[in-house]
Design a protein around this ligand. Sequence first.
Ligand SMILES: [Zn+2]
Length: 142
Amino acid sequence: MECTILGSGGCTIIPKPLCQCHICVEARKKSIPYSRGGPSAFLHDINLLIDTPAEIAGQLNRSDIHQLDYVILTHLDPDHTEGFRVVEQIALDFRSWEAYPEKQICLLLPEQLKDRIGDIRSQYGPVIDFYQDSSFVKIQTI
Ligand SMILES: [Zn+2]
């Protein structure tokens, strides 16, 4: 099974913005792997993305990943979910404001998170409602 670690910085990315410690200075100078984004991994065999940190769009763009079929969120802390909007960025055809049917992503949702996924909200309400109504995401409870 092939796995790519997209981000391994944990809840604190490296370099920390504005920080001038020797670790952050070195990370800015040498870039990856010294610089590290939020936690995320990808399983190539089934096109599964594990977690969506704020940096996920950039992490995917610099990878060799071309298809995303599944997303799973290990838990709903912000450092794992701030980039969940990536499903919209992948699935939405901005020319028609409709979803590409072939780009719909299956959110594998552990039973324990089923009642809490709606806590990820925008000013319009739970983002999962919008993503499901727009066909960007379908949910499969596991
Ligand atoms: Zn630092």
